[in-house]
Structure formats: structure tokens, C-alpha cells
Design a protein around this ligand. Structure first.
Ligand code: OGA
Ligand code: MN
Length: 279
């Protein structure tokens, strides 16, 4: 089979065709091509692939080390993304996926943000539930020279509390205590990758710019996020059961369009662990 990669729009995303389950797990050139395309396009879409969970995990292992923490699913390496608390005991936190974010900016330990995340649609929502992506590499590239110079000096505090407050405006004391029990991390606003590319570290976990007036800090972070996620820069994936999407979590922010808490929507997720710190 010939693997084909067709860009979806000018900023982020490409559709991959010409792969089958067998070549994903047995053909090393497929994994190498996917890694390369991920770096170039940020998001790769495989429509109608209907991957088995075991095949998804085996393929992701070819891309890097994967997260094998228990994920409410019988197959190790699969985590269930669902608002249904019988399928995911931390479903309450997942409403924060409705805001733009990078995964893994406030890890428990000193883990690096994950390198890539793969989702396969097992069940979709009748309304909402699309996933949107925007390139933070492009967000950096589109800055003026003066902005690049200024932003390169700034550091930002990230917290779970900042992201949870966006979806739960009036937390209970218990919720607040749980959020505050999680680590708060400081990162540079501009991430210089080992590839030499630079991206902006944006999204729901950004609490404030260190040493800046709070209102000015909020306005700056909001403005950068708004420019990064302008509608013509976004790829929105409208899921069908059996679609698989993988994104480069180092240079892409993502969010889910809101869907009802009783929706059957269920994504099977595999996480490829990070290979570089934000610096
Ligand atoms: C995630 C995530 C978005 C979605 O799995 O990290 O943000 O559309 N998912 O479910
Ligand atoms: Mn996420």
C-alpha cells in the first residue's frame, strides 16, 4: 500500500490514507512516516480505520514510550475519555477539555508534557463533541519581531485550578482543596524545542505571567490565545465511529466542543509520553 498524506488546511492537520492495521504494527516505515508527518502537520486524521485497542497500543509503542497507568479499560495503554462516571471515575475533570489546552502542563511529578495523543472514536455524541486543534508553532511564527523579543523573556504559572475554574466557577471547598492539592508549575511562554522550532505555551492552565499586573497578564494571555485559535487557523474534527486522530501535543492546542453529560461519546485514548521539557 502507498501511504498518502493530504493537508486539510494551510495551518494544521492532514489526512492519512493507504495504511491498514497490519502495516501500522509491522511496517517500521509507516511509523517513521507518521512521526515525520506529525511534526510537519501537527494533527493526523485516519478516517474509518476501526482500530482494535490492542492494535492502537502496539502502533503507539512504535512512536515512543506510552503511558500504561490504569485507564478504566481492560487493555493496558488505553484510557477511556467519557463524561460517564461509570466508565471514567475522573469524568468530573474532563469538562475542562472544553477549553483550549496542552495536556500535561501540571504533572504530579516532573514528567514532560506528553509528546502525542491518539484518540479513536468508539461512540460519538449526537450534538457537539467535535475536537478542535490549533498550531502553537504557527502562533509563534505569526508574532511580530518585537513580540517575539518581548515574549521570550516571560514566564507563566500553570495550575489545575486555573483550568478547572473555567468550567466550575463556584467550586465547593472540597473541589478547591482537591485542585490546590495538585502541583503548580512555572514554564516559559515561548518553548524552544530540541528541533529548534519555537511554540507558545498557551491554554486553560495558564494562570498568570510572573511579575505582571494581573489584568495586563490576563489580557495578554487571552489575546495570544484568541490569535492562535482564530477560526481560519483551526482544524475541527467531526467524529464518526472508527475514526482515529493523533496530535503533536508539543506544538498543538486542542479542545472538545461541549457535549451533554449523558452523551454516549467515548474515545479510546493512548498517550505517547513526552520526550522534551518545556524550556
Ligand atoms: C484529551 C482531550 C478531547 C476530546 O483526551 O486530552 O482533550 O475531544 N480530548 O475528547
Ligand atoms: Mn486534552
Amino acid at each position: 500500500m502507498t501511504i498518502t498524506i493530504d493537508p486539510l488546511n494551510h495551518d494544521v492537520g492532514a489526512e492519512v490514507t493507504g495504511v491498514d492495521h497490519e502495516s501500522l504494527v509491522s511496517d517500521d516505515t509507516v511509523a517513521a512516516t507518521v512521526l515525520d508527518a506529525l511534526e510537519t502537520h501537527g494533527v493526523l486524521v485516519f478516517r474509518n480505520l476501526h482500530l482494535e485497542p490492542e492494535t492502537q497500543v502496539a502502533f503507539c509503542r512504535k512512536l515512543g514510550q506510552i503511558d500504561t497507568e490504569p485507564g478504566h479499560h481492560p487493555v493496558r495503554g488505553i484510557y477511556r475519555v467519557s463524561l460517564d462516571t461509570t466508565k471514567n471515575s475522573s469524568a468530573g475533570y474532563l469538562r475542562a477539555t472544553f477549553d483550549w489546552h496542552i495536556d500535561g502542563c501540571t504533572p504530579q511529578d516532573d514528567a514532560y508534557p506528553q509528546m502525542a495523543t491518539m484518540l479513536t472514536a468508539k461512540a460519538v455524541s449526537a450534538t457537539g463533541g467535535e475536537t478542535e486543534f490549533a498550531s502553537t508553532y504557527k502562533a509563534f511564527d505569526n508574532l511580530t519581531d518585537a513580540e517575539r523579543t518581548r515574549l521570550a523573556t516571560l514566564r507563566v504559572v500553570h495550575s489545575l485550578e486555573a483550568s478547572q475554574r473555567l468550567v466550575t466557577e463556584e467550586p465547593t471547598p472540597e473541589q478547591l482543596a482537591a485542585w490546590r492539592g495538585r502541583p503548580v508549575k512555572e514554564h516559559p511562554l515561548v518553548w524552544t524545542h530540541k528541533s529548534g522550532r519555537r511554540s507558545l505555551v498557551l491554554g486553560a492552565s495558564t494562570d498568570y505571567v510572573v511579575g505582571m499586573d494581573p489584568a495586563e497578564s490576563r489580557a495578554l494571555l487571552d489575546d495570544l490565545l484568541r490569535r492562535c485559535t482564530a477560526p481560519d487557523r483551526v482544524y475541527r474534527h467531526d467524529w464518526s465511529v472508527g475514526d482515529t486522530v493523533i496530535w503533536d501535543n508539543r506544538g498543538v492546542i486542542h479542545r472538545a466542543a461541549p457535549y451533554p453529560p449523558d452523551s454516549p461519546r467515548e474515545m479510546l485514548r493512548t498517550t505517547v509520553l513526552g520526550d522534551e521539557p518545556i524550556r
